[in-house]
Design a protein around this ligand. Structure first.
Ligand code: PLP
Length: 369
């Protein structure tokens, strides 16, 4: 926790280390495809697909938080597809969660399969069962979105490494302030910074972090050659968002911890999933592995109709897909075909004062009975 506090404090002063007298304190937005480049180009910024000072600043910030080198991408899927593609070859087998972010499985089925890369699937809660022999990449998402199941990053990393696999962790739901996969033994972290990292619901962004130089060289080359580069303005927005991540995440997690037990006791809810609840199946591992319990809560209402009425009827809930914004939001995940019951709602707690939010949630739950 002290280490995290130190990182949070230093984050706000990272840029100062590079400033010369008279430089702007706020990060300038570098919008250029060309650089002034007469003669020998070696050692200079060359072209907008290779270099951008605003990317570098956000990568400094993200890498600082993850304790690794970071590379920025135009979306979470941009980062994830870069890792899975750049680090795989024909004949490889990779292992994915069957209950994680759906698009990752779809990407493997639609595109990796054509390259002769096989993707197997396993539920997050029993991810260790069956071992990791024969896999080149073991990819996990914990807590899983949307079911909020958890798997043991340290134990999986140890076992996967013994089998010769690289371990990739999607850290989107926790951010660097809630969970530190690389410290637990994972090789590569991916994140959809579209969510809490940016936090203002106005940008898509992603990043890859790793302490493995060979991995990062491959990912950097992939980005440069494939052209999957982030826009400088989006990088600037995420850099700004990161300045308040610790503050926002702390508020969001604290509110979730306060509200989850009250939700569990509400008669309109058949089930509540939150790793911070002592009787949640994920609780014991979450206490060891995570610094916080996160800001996502899974709610099960009796029917799809009641779930929709609750979401639409709550004055402090934004009905929307995606999560991690300053405003609380919610959606019924079965509308996208997730393997959950029709009345399952993913609730993303925002930055509203906790008791205000609770009153609004309680009112809306009382109304649907
Ligand atoms: C949203 C999300 C992604 C994909 O991010 P995009 O920015 O939408 O491409 C990946 N993983 C998880 C866990 C997510 O929630």
């Amino acid at each position: 926790m002290t280490d995290l506090a130190a990182r949070a404090a230093d984050l706000l002063h990272l840029r100062r280390r590079h400033l010369a007298k008279g430089d702007p304190v706020a990060l300038p937005l570098t919008m250029t495809s060309m650089f002034h480049l007469p003669g020998d180009p070696a050692g200079f910024a060359q072209y907008g697909r290779f270099d951008n000072a605003t990317w570098e600043a956000v990568e400094d910030a993200l890498g600082h938080l993850d304790g690794a080198r970071a590379l920025a991408f135009p979306s979470g899927m941009g980062a994830i597809s870069a890792v899975l593609t750049a680090l795989s070859k024909t004949g490889d087998r990779i292992l994915l969660p069957s209950d994680g972010y759906y698009t990752v499985r779809l990407f493997a089925d639609r595109f990796l399969s054509r390259l002769g890369i096989t993707a197997d699937r396993r539920p997050t809660a029993s991810f260790l069962d069956g071992g990791f022999e024969g896999y080149s990449i073991v990819y996990i998402e914990t807590p899983s979105n949307p079911g909020l199941d958890i798997c043991d990053i340290a134990v999986i990393s140890k076992s996967a490494h013994a089998a010769g696999a690289l371990v990739v962790v999607d850290n989107t739901t926790m951010t660097a302030f809630g969970q530190r996969p690389l410290d637990l033994g994972a090789d590569i972290l991916v994140s959809a910074d579209t969510k809490a990292a940016n936090g203002h619901s106005d940008v898509l962004f992603g990043h890859v972090s790793s302490r493995d130089d060979a991995v990062m060289a491959a990912i950097a080359e992939w980005r440069k050659l494939s052209g999957a580069i982030p826009g400088p303005f989006e990088a600037w927005q995420v850099h700004r968002g990161l300045e308040t991540l610790e503050l926002r995440f702390d508020r969001m997690c604290s509110t979730a911890e306060r509200i989850a037990p009250r939700l569990r006791d509400h008669k309109a809810l058949k089930a509540v999933r939150f790793p911070g609840l002592p009787d949640d199946p994920a609780h014991n591992l979450a206490r060891v592995q995570m610094d916080r319990f996160g800001f996502l809560i899974g709610l099960t209402l009796e029917t799809a109709e009641k779930a929709e009425a609750f979401i639409d009827g709550c004055r402090l809930l934004q009905p929307a897909t995606s999560f991690g914004g300053t405003h609380s939001s919610a959606e019924r995940r079965a509308r996208w075909g997730d393997a959950v019951v029709p009345g399952f709602v993913r609730l993303s707690i925002g930055c509203e004062p906790a008791e205000e939010l609770w009153s609004a949630l309680e009112e809306a739950l009382d109304a649907v009975g």
